[in-house]
Design a protein around this ligand. Structure first.
Ligand SMILES: Nc1ncnc2c1ncn2[C@@H]1O[C@H](COP(=O)(O)OP(=O)(O)OP(=O)(O)O)[C@@H](O)[C@H]1O
Length: 263
């Protein structure tokens, strides 16, 4: 099997000397779809920041696309970031440019020169995110969901092998959020790895992936806990008939999620 795209070994992540996560062990392989969940302030965003070189790791060993994150030189960070697609919840499109202008800006900044190639690539990514015919719109002429699609289009322009999405559905209504996660899943099916932080456990259930939870200063593998549904049922519930079981389970799930959030 090929090397993981991201390999973290016993990494400690801190903000201003306050330890957020310790002993982080995380391997991300091509095509993985990985959710990072956890309560507010538990270090999800900080973890993503270490991947794109915005925050140094406090200790341990970390490699991202062959770069050693601990020893990487500041001048080499832009080069690493060009191989990543980064998506934030506040869209950060340039408001004084059209969709086309936003996408062209990134392509030119990353070395694209040929006018026709630029046009073709913009057409391709807009098609991929279902936004053809919107290239002349300014960001304020688009809905939140449409803006987020353009941000995703921008993130995939240079065919990154890793996409980092920090709460990409945070500002969107439930249905639009679903469509965005569906789109990210489709992109990962084409080979990119996606790492997405979220508070929306419903989406995590609906679109399965690997699940890591920031809790008690650790990054815990919660994948099994999420998808092994029978685990949250007690013995009595197993004895009731099948259709009642389904209803009971969705309630039990809801309660246990709330309990988890209230911990
Ligand atoms: N630049 C910074 N300087 C100092 N402390 C910071 C900085 N950024 C974040 N922190 C602190 O680090 C902790 C973790 O923040 P982080 O943004 O990683 O959490 P999170 O799990 O992503 O939270 P949320 O769910 O609210 O997005 C918080 O207590 C936060 O106040």
């Amino acid at each position: 099997m090929s090397e993981p795209l991201i390999n973290y070994l016993n990494v400690e992540i801190a903000q201003q000397d306050a330890c957020l996560l310790r002993n982080v062990n995380m391997q991300v392989n091509a095509g993985d779809f990985l959710y990072i969940i956890g309560k507010v302030g538990t270090g999800k965003t900080s973890l993503l920041k270490t991947i794109y070189g915005e925050l140094s790791i406090a200790s341990g060993e970390a490699e991202v696309l062959g770069s050693n994150i601990k020893s990487i030189k500041r001048k080499n960070i832009p080069q690493l970031r060009r191989k990543l697609g980064i998506i934030f919840q506040d869209f950060q499109l340039l408001t004084d440019r059209t969709v086309n202008g936003n996408l062209e800006f990134v392509l030119r900044a990353t070395g694209w020169k040929d006018k026709q190639e630029i046009k073709n690539r913009i057409d391709e990514v807009l098609e991929q995110v279902g936004m053809t015919n919107k290239e002349d719109r300014f960001p304020n002429e688009l809905s939140g969901g449409e803006q987020q699609r353009i941000v995703i289009a921008r993130a995939i322009l240079n065919s990154p092998s890793i996409i980092l999405a920090d709460e990409p559905t945070g500002n969107l209504d439930a249905e639009t959020g679903r469509k965005i996660v569906e789109l990210l899943h489709n992109i990962s099916r084409n080979g990119a790895s996606v790492i997405m932080t979220t508070h929306n456990t419903q989406l995590v259930k609906e679109f399965p992936g690997l699940v890591f939870k920031c809790k008690n200063n650790e990054l815990q593998d919660a994948t099994h806990e999420f998808y092994n549904e029978t685990r949250s049922l007690n013995k009595e519930e197993h004895e009731i008939n099948e259709s009642a079981l389904e209803t009971t389970y969705s309630q039990a799930e809801f309660v246990s999620e709330e309990e988890a959030d209230n911990e």
